[in-house]
Design a protein around this ligand. Structure first.
Ligand code: FE
Ligand code: FE
Ligand code: FE
Length: 172
């Protein structure tokens, strides 16, 4: 099959490294956003969930730095317009629903959008690391992927366990 001629070939390893830089940038932005979301949350349980995941996110940044090390590359981020946009929507919720009984439902939803972005990215990175035969890296990325999935599930539990219902209350 004929393929289009290109001046250069970058390949899967370059794609993988670009993806790593993308999530590294994203995790660092998330690390800064989570305390603001915890501080803004109305209920103790939602604030505690954000704080718990902030601590996990610190560990995820460490894992990514280990992955860069294993790739023999400096740990560097690359602007991720997707996470910038998702976090911007979260801060809009914080501003626009301050004092509203629906605030926490909005924050939980915003945080789930973040987790879903991460799940998509880490899922792909795990598959590419497997393809590249980097089993030690696969393990590190899977550890983080598991935390993102567990966080998403915990957030669903909060929403369905009362946060969404409280959002129906009348604002004082
Ligand atoms: Fe993360
Ligand atoms: Fe991105
Ligand atoms: Fe996360």
């Amino acid at each position: 099959m004929a393929t289009a001629k290109r001046a250069t070939t970058k390949g899967l390893e370059a794609l993988f490294l670009d993806g790593l830089k993308d999530v590294y940038y994203a995790e660092k932005k998330i690390l800064k956003a989570l305390p603001k979301m915890a501080k803004g949350a109305e209920s103790e349980e939602v604030a505690a969930a954000f704080e718990k995941h902030r601590v996990e996110t610190e560990g995820q940044v460490d894992r990514l730095e280990q992955v860069f090390e294993l790739m023999d590359k400096p740990a560097r981020g690359k602007t991720c317009p997707a996470i910038d946009g998702i976090l911007e929507e979260g801060s809009e919720i914080l501003d626009e629903y301050k004092g509203d009984p629906a605030l926490d439902a909005g924050l939980v939803g915003a945080a789930q959008a973040v987790e879903h972005y991460e799940i998509a990215r880490y899922g792909t990175l795990v598959a590419w690391a497997e393809q590249l035969g980097k089993s030690d890296i696969v393990k590190l990325l899977k550890d983080t992927l598991k935390e993102e999935v567990a966080t998403d599930e915990a957030l669903s539990g909060l929403g369905e366990g009362g946060v969404n219902e409280r959002a129906l209350e009348q604002a004082a």
